[in-house]
Write a protein that binds this ligand. Structure first.
Ligand code: PMV
Length: 309
Protein backbone atom coordinates (compact mmCIF):
# COMPACT_ATOMS: atom_id res chain seq x y z
CA UNK A 1 0.00 0.00 0.00
CA UNK A 2 1.18 3.53 -0.72
CA UNK A 3 -0.18 6.86 0.45
CA UNK A 4 0.11 10.65 0.32
CA UNK A 5 -1.15 13.47 2.59
CA UNK A 6 -3.40 16.48 2.07
CA UNK A 7 -1.81 19.91 2.34
CA UNK A 8 -2.75 23.45 3.28
CA UNK A 9 -1.29 26.78 2.27
CA UNK A 10 -0.44 29.05 5.21
CA UNK A 11 0.56 32.12 3.20
CA UNK A 12 1.05 33.24 -0.38
CA UNK A 13 -1.44 31.35 -2.59
CA UNK A 14 -2.09 32.92 -6.01
CA UNK A 15 0.89 35.31 -5.69
CA UNK A 16 3.08 32.16 -5.82
CA UNK A 17 1.96 31.64 -9.43
CA UNK A 18 3.72 34.98 -10.24
CA UNK A 19 7.06 34.12 -8.61
CA UNK A 20 6.32 35.30 -5.07
CA UNK A 21 7.15 32.96 -2.15
CA UNK A 22 4.51 30.89 -0.34
CA UNK A 23 4.42 28.69 2.75
CA UNK A 24 2.59 25.35 2.84
CA UNK A 25 2.49 22.31 5.10
CA UNK A 26 1.23 18.72 4.89
CA UNK A 27 -1.86 17.51 6.73
CA UNK A 28 -0.58 14.05 7.52
CA UNK A 29 -3.79 12.83 9.22
CA UNK A 30 -5.84 13.32 6.06
CA UNK A 31 -4.59 10.91 3.38
CA UNK A 32 -5.08 9.12 0.09
CA UNK A 33 -4.11 5.46 0.04
CA UNK A 34 -3.55 3.24 -3.00
CA UNK A 35 -3.68 -0.55 -2.76
CA UNK A 36 -2.55 -2.97 -5.47
CA UNK A 37 -4.29 -6.25 -6.33
CA UNK A 38 -2.73 -8.57 -8.91
CA UNK A 39 -5.00 -9.46 -11.87
CA UNK A 40 -5.02 -12.62 -13.96
CA UNK A 41 -2.87 -12.76 -17.09
CA UNK A 42 -4.12 -10.79 -20.12
CA UNK A 43 -6.13 -8.39 -17.97
CA UNK A 44 -5.42 -4.69 -18.40
CA UNK A 45 -4.19 -2.36 -15.64
CA UNK A 46 -7.21 -0.71 -14.08
CA UNK A 47 -8.20 1.70 -11.37
CA UNK A 48 -11.02 1.71 -8.88
CA UNK A 49 -11.93 4.33 -6.30
CA UNK A 50 -13.47 3.39 -2.96
CA UNK A 51 -14.79 5.34 0.04
CA UNK A 52 -16.64 8.62 -0.55
CA UNK A 53 -15.86 8.74 -4.29
CA UNK A 54 -16.70 5.09 -5.02
CA UNK A 55 -16.52 4.07 -8.70
CA UNK A 56 -16.49 0.99 -10.91
CA UNK A 57 -13.10 -0.16 -12.18
CA UNK A 58 -11.86 1.81 -15.19
CA UNK A 59 -9.19 0.54 -17.58
CA UNK A 60 -6.16 2.79 -17.86
CA UNK A 61 -5.44 3.64 -21.51
CA UNK A 62 -1.89 4.92 -21.44
CA UNK A 63 -2.31 6.97 -24.61
CA UNK A 64 -5.11 9.12 -23.15
CA UNK A 65 -3.29 12.44 -22.69
CA UNK A 66 -6.30 14.15 -21.09
CA UNK A 67 -6.57 11.62 -18.31
CA UNK A 68 -4.62 12.43 -15.15
CA UNK A 69 -4.58 8.71 -14.18
CA UNK A 70 -3.28 7.54 -17.58
CA UNK A 71 -0.68 10.32 -17.71
CA UNK A 72 0.56 9.34 -14.24
CA UNK A 73 0.87 5.71 -15.28
CA UNK A 74 2.61 6.56 -18.55
CA UNK A 75 5.17 8.88 -16.92
CA UNK A 76 6.04 6.29 -14.24
CA UNK A 77 6.31 3.38 -16.70
CA UNK A 78 8.36 5.46 -19.17
CA UNK A 79 10.80 6.42 -16.40
CA UNK A 80 11.46 2.77 -15.58
CA UNK A 81 11.08 1.68 -19.22
CA UNK A 82 8.55 -0.89 -17.99
CA UNK A 83 5.42 -2.53 -19.39
CA UNK A 84 2.05 -1.88 -17.70
CA UNK A 85 1.62 -4.25 -14.74
CA UNK A 86 -1.49 -6.45 -14.62
CA UNK A 87 -2.93 -4.94 -11.46
CA UNK A 88 -6.01 -3.24 -10.15
CA UNK A 89 -5.15 -0.16 -8.11
CA UNK A 90 -7.72 0.89 -5.61
CA UNK A 91 -7.65 4.53 -4.50
CA UNK A 92 -9.26 5.58 -1.23
CA UNK A 93 -9.21 9.29 -0.45
CA UNK A 94 -10.21 11.06 2.76
CA UNK A 95 -9.47 14.44 1.15
CA UNK A 96 -12.45 16.48 -0.09
CA UNK A 97 -12.05 17.36 -3.78
CA UNK A 98 -11.82 20.93 -5.15
CA UNK A 99 -11.46 22.43 -1.70
CA UNK A 100 -7.88 23.71 -1.56
CA UNK A 101 -6.42 20.71 0.26
CA UNK A 102 -4.48 19.30 -2.68
CA UNK A 103 -6.66 16.27 -3.34
CA UNK A 104 -5.54 15.98 -7.01
CA UNK A 105 -1.81 16.08 -6.22
CA UNK A 106 -2.25 13.61 -3.35
CA UNK A 107 -4.13 11.11 -5.54
CA UNK A 108 -1.44 11.40 -8.25
CA UNK A 109 1.35 10.93 -5.68
CA UNK A 110 -0.22 7.82 -4.12
CA UNK A 111 -1.04 6.40 -7.57
CA UNK A 112 2.46 6.97 -8.97
CA UNK A 113 3.98 5.30 -5.91
CA UNK A 114 1.57 2.35 -6.32
CA UNK A 115 2.42 1.85 -10.00
CA UNK A 116 6.14 1.89 -9.14
CA UNK A 117 5.49 -0.63 -6.36
CA UNK A 118 3.55 -2.86 -8.78
CA UNK A 119 6.70 -3.16 -10.94
CA UNK A 120 8.93 -3.63 -7.86
CA UNK A 121 10.46 -0.19 -8.11
CA UNK A 122 10.54 2.90 -5.95
CA UNK A 123 10.42 6.45 -7.33
CA UNK A 124 12.96 8.95 -6.00
CA UNK A 125 11.12 11.96 -4.52
CA UNK A 126 12.70 14.35 -7.02
CA UNK A 127 11.39 12.35 -10.01
CA UNK A 128 8.01 11.80 -8.36
CA UNK A 129 7.74 15.56 -7.78
CA UNK A 130 8.34 16.20 -11.51
CA UNK A 131 5.72 13.63 -12.49
CA UNK A 132 3.07 15.01 -10.12
CA UNK A 133 3.80 18.54 -11.40
CA UNK A 134 3.22 17.38 -15.01
CA UNK A 135 -0.11 15.80 -14.03
CA UNK A 136 -1.11 18.91 -12.04
CA UNK A 137 -1.12 20.79 -15.36
CA UNK A 138 -4.12 18.68 -16.42
CA UNK A 139 -6.02 19.76 -13.28
CA UNK A 140 -4.76 23.32 -12.90
CA UNK A 141 -3.55 24.71 -16.23
CA UNK A 142 -0.55 26.64 -14.87
CA UNK A 143 0.28 25.27 -11.43
CA UNK A 144 3.01 26.99 -9.41
CA UNK A 145 4.31 23.60 -8.23
CA UNK A 146 3.66 24.20 -4.52
CA UNK A 147 1.02 21.46 -4.10
CA UNK A 148 3.13 18.64 -5.57
CA UNK A 149 6.22 19.77 -3.62
CA UNK A 150 4.63 19.85 -0.17
CA UNK A 151 2.71 16.61 -0.77
CA UNK A 152 5.59 14.57 -2.23
CA UNK A 153 8.13 15.64 0.44
CA UNK A 154 5.49 15.74 3.20
CA UNK A 155 7.30 18.55 5.00
CA UNK A 156 6.49 22.24 5.62
CA UNK A 157 8.02 24.26 2.77
CA UNK A 158 8.93 27.81 1.85
CA UNK A 159 8.35 27.67 -1.88
CA UNK A 160 9.37 29.91 -4.76
CA UNK A 161 8.52 28.79 -8.27
CA UNK A 162 11.53 27.37 -10.19
CA UNK A 163 13.77 27.62 -7.11
CA UNK A 164 15.31 24.71 -5.17
CA UNK A 165 13.23 23.28 -2.34
CA UNK A 166 13.56 25.04 1.04
CA UNK A 167 12.20 23.19 4.06
CA UNK A 168 10.81 25.28 6.89
CA UNK A 169 11.91 24.69 10.47
CA UNK A 170 9.19 25.07 13.08
CA UNK A 171 10.86 25.24 16.52
CA UNK A 172 7.62 25.97 18.40
CA UNK A 173 4.33 24.12 17.65
CA UNK A 174 1.69 26.23 15.89
CA UNK A 175 -2.00 25.30 16.04
CA UNK A 176 -4.55 25.90 13.32
CA UNK A 177 -8.19 25.06 12.82
CA UNK A 178 -9.06 24.17 9.24
CA UNK A 179 -12.69 24.94 8.34
CA UNK A 180 -14.45 23.72 5.20
CA UNK A 181 -17.09 25.95 3.59
CA UNK A 182 -18.42 22.82 1.86
CA UNK A 183 -18.45 24.75 -1.42
CA UNK A 184 -16.30 23.12 -4.09
CA UNK A 185 -14.53 25.63 -6.30
CA UNK A 186 -12.23 25.27 -9.29
CA UNK A 187 -8.66 26.42 -8.64
CA UNK A 188 -8.16 26.53 -12.42
CA UNK A 189 -10.92 29.15 -12.81
CA UNK A 190 -9.78 31.22 -9.81
CA UNK A 191 -6.16 31.20 -11.10
CA UNK A 192 -7.22 32.20 -14.61
CA UNK A 193 -9.48 34.99 -13.26
CA UNK A 194 -6.52 36.42 -11.32
CA UNK A 195 -4.48 36.08 -14.52
CA UNK A 196 -7.05 38.14 -16.45
CA UNK A 197 -7.07 40.79 -13.72
CA UNK A 198 -3.27 40.90 -13.75
CA UNK A 199 -3.24 41.34 -17.52
CA UNK A 200 -5.93 44.03 -17.51
CA UNK A 201 -4.57 46.07 -14.59
CA UNK A 202 -0.90 45.24 -14.05
CA UNK A 203 -0.17 48.52 -12.24
CA UNK A 204 -2.79 47.74 -9.60
CA UNK A 205 -2.31 43.95 -9.30
CA UNK A 206 1.50 43.68 -9.37
CA UNK A 207 1.96 45.64 -6.09
CA UNK A 208 -0.71 43.47 -4.43
CA UNK A 209 1.20 40.32 -5.41
CA UNK A 210 4.48 41.85 -4.18
CA UNK A 211 2.83 42.82 -0.88
CA UNK A 212 1.69 39.23 -0.41
CA UNK A 213 5.31 38.13 -0.98
CA UNK A 214 6.45 40.59 1.70
CA UNK A 215 3.94 39.15 4.19
CA UNK A 216 5.14 35.61 3.42
CA UNK A 217 8.74 36.59 4.23
CA UNK A 218 7.68 38.20 7.51
CA UNK A 219 5.65 35.08 8.35
CA UNK A 220 8.66 32.87 7.63
CA UNK A 221 10.81 34.84 10.09
CA UNK A 222 8.08 34.62 12.74
CA UNK A 223 7.61 30.87 12.26
CA UNK A 224 11.32 29.98 12.13
CA UNK A 225 12.22 32.11 15.15
CA UNK A 226 9.38 30.64 17.22
CA UNK A 227 7.83 34.11 17.80
CA UNK A 228 4.41 33.45 16.38
CA UNK A 229 2.65 36.55 17.84
CA UNK A 230 2.67 38.50 14.52
CA UNK A 231 1.25 35.56 12.52
CA UNK A 232 -2.43 36.25 13.20
CA UNK A 233 -2.21 39.81 11.92
CA UNK A 234 -0.14 38.71 8.91
CA UNK A 235 -2.84 36.15 8.04
CA UNK A 236 -5.56 38.81 8.16
CA UNK A 237 -3.47 41.11 5.95
CA UNK A 238 -2.82 38.28 3.48
CA UNK A 239 -6.53 37.50 3.39
CA UNK A 240 -7.46 41.15 2.74
CA UNK A 241 -5.13 41.16 -0.29
CA UNK A 242 -6.62 37.87 -1.55
CA UNK A 243 -10.06 39.46 -1.25
CA UNK A 244 -8.84 42.28 -3.52
CA UNK A 245 -7.79 39.60 -6.01
CA UNK A 246 -11.48 38.46 -6.01
CA UNK A 247 -10.79 34.95 -4.69
CA UNK A 248 -12.72 35.14 -1.40
CA UNK A 249 -16.45 34.38 -1.14
CA UNK A 250 -19.31 35.18 1.27
CA UNK A 251 -18.99 31.70 2.81
CA UNK A 252 -15.26 32.16 3.47
CA UNK A 253 -15.85 35.63 4.95
CA UNK A 254 -18.54 34.19 7.21
CA UNK A 255 -16.19 31.49 8.57
CA UNK A 256 -13.35 33.98 9.07
CA UNK A 257 -15.62 36.27 11.10
CA UNK A 258 -16.82 33.32 13.17
CA UNK A 259 -13.25 32.18 13.86
CA UNK A 260 -12.16 35.63 15.04
CA UNK A 261 -15.28 36.01 17.19
CA UNK A 262 -14.50 32.56 18.64
CA UNK A 263 -11.03 33.66 19.76
CA UNK A 264 -8.72 32.94 16.77
CA UNK A 265 -5.64 35.18 16.48
CA UNK A 266 -6.03 35.44 12.70
CA UNK A 267 -7.65 33.67 9.76
CA UNK A 268 -7.54 33.52 5.99
CA UNK A 269 -8.66 31.47 3.03
CA UNK A 270 -6.34 28.62 2.09
CA UNK A 271 -5.73 27.40 -1.48
CA UNK A 272 -7.52 28.51 -4.61
CA UNK A 273 -10.40 30.19 -2.71
CA UNK A 274 -13.98 31.06 -3.85
CA UNK A 275 -15.05 28.24 -1.50
CA UNK A 276 -13.02 25.35 -0.17
CA UNK A 277 -11.18 25.71 3.12
CA UNK A 278 -10.08 28.50 5.41
CA UNK A 279 -7.58 28.34 8.28
CA UNK A 280 -7.54 30.03 11.67
CA UNK A 281 -4.54 30.49 13.98
CA UNK A 282 -5.41 29.34 17.50
CA UNK A 283 -3.87 28.55 20.87
CA UNK A 284 -4.33 25.35 22.84
CA UNK A 285 -6.99 26.95 25.06
CA UNK A 286 -9.02 28.47 22.20
CA UNK A 287 -8.72 25.71 19.57
CA UNK A 288 -11.86 23.75 20.48
CA UNK A 289 -13.89 26.93 20.91
CA UNK A 290 -12.90 28.13 17.43
CA UNK A 291 -13.65 24.71 15.93
CA UNK A 292 -17.16 24.80 17.47
CA UNK A 293 -17.65 28.41 16.31
CA UNK A 294 -16.86 27.35 12.74
CA UNK A 295 -19.28 24.41 12.87
CA UNK A 296 -21.99 26.65 14.38
CA UNK A 297 -21.42 29.14 11.55
CA UNK A 298 -22.08 26.43 8.95
CA UNK A 299 -18.68 24.83 8.28
CA UNK A 300 -19.16 21.40 6.74
CA UNK A 301 -16.23 20.11 8.79
CA UNK A 302 -13.56 21.66 11.00
CA UNK A 303 -10.48 20.07 12.51
CA UNK A 304 -7.48 21.12 14.58
CA UNK A 305 -3.96 20.56 13.24
CA UNK A 306 -0.60 21.32 14.86
CA UNK A 307 2.59 22.08 12.92
CA UNK A 308 6.01 21.41 14.35
CA UNK A 309 5.19 18.56 16.72
O1 PMV B 1 -4.86 23.48 -5.17
P1 PMV B 1 -5.27 24.64 -4.34
O2 PMV B 1 -6.69 25.03 -4.48
O3 PMV B 1 -4.77 24.53 -2.93
O4 PMV B 1 -4.50 25.94 -4.93
C1 PMV B 1 -3.13 26.00 -5.11
C2 PMV B 1 -2.62 27.37 -4.84
C3 PMV B 1 -2.67 28.38 -5.97
O5 PMV B 1 -1.64 29.31 -5.63
C4 PMV B 1 -4.00 29.10 -6.00
C5 PMV B 1 -2.39 27.80 -7.34
C6 PMV B 1 -0.98 27.29 -7.53
O6 PMV B 1 -0.76 26.55 -8.50
O7 PMV B 1 -0.07 27.66 -6.75
Amino acid sequence: MTSAPAKFILFGEHAVVYGQPAIAAPLSNLRVTATIRKLKDQQQMRLITTGENESLPIDIHLEDVNSAFATTARLVLDYFDALPPQVEISIDSQIPVASGLGSGAAVTTALARAIAEAINQSLPDEKLNQIVFEVEKIYHGIPSGIDNTVIVYEKPVYYVRNHPLELLSIPKPIMFVVGDTGISASTKIAVSDVGRLHKAEPNRIQPILASIGGLVNRARIAIESGHIEPLGHLMLQNHALLRTLTVSSPEIENLIEAAIAGGALGAKLSGGGRGGNMIALVQADTAENVRQALLNAGAKRAFITTLGE
